[in-house]
Design a protein around this ligand. Structure first.
Ligand code: SR1
Length: 325
């Protein structure tokens, strides 16, 4: 560890230990989030300890205790179930460890909360739904309660339905696991078979959208369905832009940028500098049409065209390198 010249203590000496403790590690979003966190940690000469998530609340608690015992200066908690985290997170805070939460509401004024502006994300997606389909259609909706970003997006969906009486939610399904896309595909197949009049599916997580697309292709109804999602990855861009794809729009940040922002927030906290309680990385609407027209094939190409996909001005300071991608 060499440290960063001009940085405040303890970053001037380097080797500051920070733990990244995730609830979910599988899937493009979480892999890119982790890669962004690693890149930002490297740029800050942080010794980042990564604890993989397996959707296991008990294991995530145990990992927080392990991080405390390792003597970390900061912990980034990426998703999780708030009810199982409160007491162990308090133990970390009591030891002077700085904690940052991404997409899990820890409801503590000492813990900055990072999010992707989920209300705006869902609103942008639903505005596109209305542009393409009007405000009278039968819908499928993919949702699993208990995940902060999905709950926030769900608030927007509920309001959208009450404002648009012609929108009828005919089926609701969803699964979050290490096989989210394929499990959601099985449920989508049953829902779409039972409700052949569904023309729009709101699936605000890319693994959900991938599952619905799989089901639509298997049932041979891709030309009768339009899927709207959250999130983007290189694999998603390929699935959205391929010939005949029913996945017509997504609203997304670059998850790597969100991972980098989370580490920067932890670094600022450790350095004793001001961090806003609410840290937001704003998402962008990406339609199938705009992606095809721009000829964009990868998330790196997206970052070249849209500045918000290469960096964010959230949680920055002049001593923190933030041009990472
Ligand atoms: C199970 S929660 C999945 C969501 O978390 C992140 O906010 C991503 O945007 C993803 O959609």
């Amino acid at each position: 560890a060499d440290g960063l010249s001009g940085a405040p203590a303890p970053f001037d000496k380097g080797g500051v230990k920070v733990a990244l403790i995730s609830y979910i590690s599988a899937g493009d979003f979480f892999q890119a989030y982790q890669a962004g966190a690693e890149a930002q940690a490297k740029a800050l000469d942080i010794d980042l300890r990564i604890f993989p998530g397996r959707q296991d609340a008990a294991e995530q608690r145990e990992q927080i205790l392990q991080a405390i015992n390792l003597g970390v200066s900061g912990i980034v908690i990426d998703h999780g179930l708030p009810e199982s985290l409160g007491d162990v997170v308090q133990q970390a805070l009591d030891k002077g460890i700085k904690v940052v939460a991404f997409d899990v509401n820890l409801n503590n004024p000492k813990i900055p909360q990072v999010e992707q502006s989920d209300h705006e994300l869902a609103s942008l997606a639903l505005e596109q739904v209305v542009k393409d389909n009007g405000n009278g259609f039968n819908a499928g909706y993919v949702y699993v309660a208990g995940f902060a970003p999905l709950d926030r997006r769900n608030e927007v969906w509920d309001k959208f339905k009450s404002d648009n009486s012609g929108v009828v939610e005919k089926a609701r399904f969803g699964n979050v696991s290490d096989t989210t896309a394929t499990s959601t595909a099985d449920q989508a197949k049953a829902a779409l078979t039972a409700n052949p009049d569904i023309s729009v599916v709101f699936a605000p997580y890319d693994e959900f959208a991938r599952g619905v697309k799989l089901a639509a292709n298997d049932l041979g109804i891709a030309n009768k369905l339009k899927i709207y999602s959250a999130d983007v990855s290189t694999a998603d861009i390929q699935e959205i832009t391929e010939e005949g794809s029913p996945w017509v729009a997504t609203v997304a940040t670059n998850p790597a940028v969100v991972g980098a922002v989370s580490i920067r927030a932890a670094a600022l906290e450790i350095a004793g500098q001001t961090v806003p309680h609410q840290i937001t990385v704003k998402p962008t609407l990406l339609t199938q049409e705009s992606l095809r027209a721009a000829g964009v094939k990868t998330i790196e190409e997206l970052a070249e065209k849209i500045p918000a996909f290469s960096t964010s001005d959230a949680a920055t300071a002049n001593w923190i390198p933030d041009k990472l991608f």
